[in-house]
Design a protein around this ligand. Structure first.
Ligand code: GLY
Length: 404
């Protein structure tokens, strides 16, 4: 499918990033997280002006739109704390994670703000991680409940996770769309299939990634953010954006979810098609990076632009490249290349974006949430920090067992 998408200038990803450098950045990140812990033992975190503050229910009233907490970003905070627990075995981090999971239990039981696609983002790095790491049965039950709710948002006719509400909701035209972000929601389906044997989860995950490739990924390896379908006739309408610069551009972080999502699909299915799609979207991402390897928030912008950067997209891509590298056979040239590319980008992130200790209490600076909405532009973010730390962990230990 993507045989025409080639990598330009692969030599610019040659680098000397070492495991020792990754360990140093990881240690610095853990130090930052240790300082945050006393404030977040029983709440998630949200950024304000380069600092995190407690995200209590109802606080985040003007994120991308009215959204009560926990919102899609909350799970990554718990995921960060889980990684610190895995590395340090510090029980205080485990306790905080377990407190967060109690909140998620209530969210699933009472279906609080779960009427959309983001359910996997919320429950995978919280409850699935808890079960994988500690065998927490309550967390498993909660994650399975969440998977059941996510399945209600899967349209078996057009085979995609519905952005918001259900196809049959009256007047919900914009809701009946698929979006690149949801590649990070299908890991919850794959995991639920493994735990329950219910094939409906597996089929939904496979259906969703095939639809994503068909409608959201363009022939040059770039992507639409959203793809609209008509809820009445079910016909495909066209690609549109929500967080990108324009409908036909490629929104950087949205694209990064593809670079991470397809390797996860490959891990669970061994479907060779996902390797091909991943190569196409990854080469597009790498070919369009500016000279310093820190992407702008949309690929409409490149060297010499004054637009904000989005370090979070770079962090997500590093984690995705390392996942695919760990899965590819030794004779695949991309195995080494993807690892090198991740090393080069991590080195660039450490040089240009890592908090040196006195710049707020986030780890990675220069993340952009949604530029068109002027929200969380050039700041810190839970998901930027999470995927940066995950990428470091993967770089140090390629056998790390993913939460996703
Ligand atoms: N909702 C996912 C994102 O903003 O990247």
């Amino acid at each position: 499918m993507f045989e025409n998408v080639k990598i330009n200038n692969p030599e610019r990803f040659e680098n000397d990033f070492t495991v020792e450098e990754a360990k140093k950045a990881l240690d610095a990140s853990i130090e930052i997280l240790k300082k945050t812990l006393p404030r977040f033992t029983d709440s998630f975190a949200m950024p304000v002006g380069g600092f995190y503050r407690e995200a209590k229910n109802g606080w985040s009233k003007n994120r991308y739109k009215q959204s009560p907490l926990p919102d899609w970003t909350s799970g990554m905070w718990t995921g960060l704390y889980w990684m610190v627990y895995e590395i340090t075995k510090d029980e205080a981090f485990r306790q905080a994670c377990e407190n967060h999971i109690k909140i998620m239990q209530k969210v699933a039981d009472e279906k609080i703000a779960l009427n959309d696609h983001d359910i996997g983002f919320k429950f995978t790095p919280t409850c699935v991680a808890a079960y994988k790491l500690t065998g927490n049965e309550e967390a498993k039950k909660t994650a399975l409940k969440a998977a059941e709710i996510l399945l209600e948002h899967y349209c078996p006719i057009n085979k995609f996770i519905i952005r918001e509400g259900l196809r049959t909701d009256e007047g919900n035209y914009d809701g009946y769309r698929t979006l690149v972000d949801s590649m990070m929601n299908i890991p919850l389906f794959f995991w639920a299939y493994e735990e329950t044997g219910n094939k409906a989860y597996y089929d939904a995950a496979v259906g969703h990634y095939n639809t994503t490739a068909k409608y959201l990924v363009r022939d040059d390896g770039s992507s639409y953010h959203h793809y609209q379908f008509d809820p009445e006739t079910l016909a495909p309408v066209g690609g549109v954006t929500w967080q990108g610069n324009r409908d036909e551009s490629c929104w950087t972080r949205g694209h990064s979810w593809l670079v991470y999502g397809y390797p996860v699909a490959y891990r669970y299915t061994k479907d060779e098609k996902t390797v091909d799609i991943h190569r196409g979207v990854t080469y597009y991402f790498l070919n369009n990076l500016p000279t310093d390897l820190i992407p702008y928030w949309d690929f409409d912008f490149n060297d010499f632009s004054l637009e904000p950067r989005d370090s979070s997209a770079a962090a997500v891509v590093c984690a995705g490249l390392l996942e695919m590298s760990s899965l590819l056979p030794d004779d695949s040239p991309d195995k080494k290349f993807f690892k090198n590319a991740a090393g080069a980008i991590l080195k660039a992130l450490i040089k240009h974006c890592l908090n040196k200790g006195d710049e707020g209490d986030g780890i990675l600076l220069h993340s952009t949430g949604s530029k068109p909405h002027n929200l969380l532009v050039d700041t810190v973010e839970t998901y930027a920090d999470y995927f940066f730390v995950e990428a470091l962990v993967r770089y140090i230990n390629p056998d790390w067992k993913a939460y996703w």
